[in-house]
Design a protein around this ligand. Sequence first.
Ligand code: TYD
Length: 134
Amino acid sequence: MSLIQWIDFQSLGDKRGQLVAIDIGKEREVPFDIKRIYYIYHTAEDVSRGFHAHKKLKQVAICISGSCRMVLDDGCTRESIVMNSPAKGLLIESMIWREMRDFSDDCVLLVLASERYDESDYIRNYADFIKAKR
Ligand code: TYD
């Protein structure tokens, strides 16, 4: 199975423009209860972020403005994709190493998270990640 799992949000467009609504509840598109939302923006030139995996946390990342590149790695394969659609969410499961780079000046990366912030859930060393995957 590909590491790249997109969730297509319905974009409610009309002549005024576009609108995406993410309903939490019955017919939810995000496959977990959202406990935290954060966003990354005004990223300095040539900066790469991430370089960690989460033991438990699942996330959906949505590039709501501009573009960036997301690299996902499950310890066996590494896949890289450009994120540039405000109507597509990228599902990132637990125990997936992620790196983000090539942020455009106007990039806003919105992240929906299944848990509150918990530093003990992070694996920040790639060798430790590979060891934990075994
Ligand atoms: P960091 O983990 O370095 O971001 P990334 O690895 O995704 O590029 O996070 C930057 C800082 O923000 C760090 O001090 C931790 C803090 N932080 C929170 O307090 N809450 C959060 O939900 C997140 C994602 C980060």
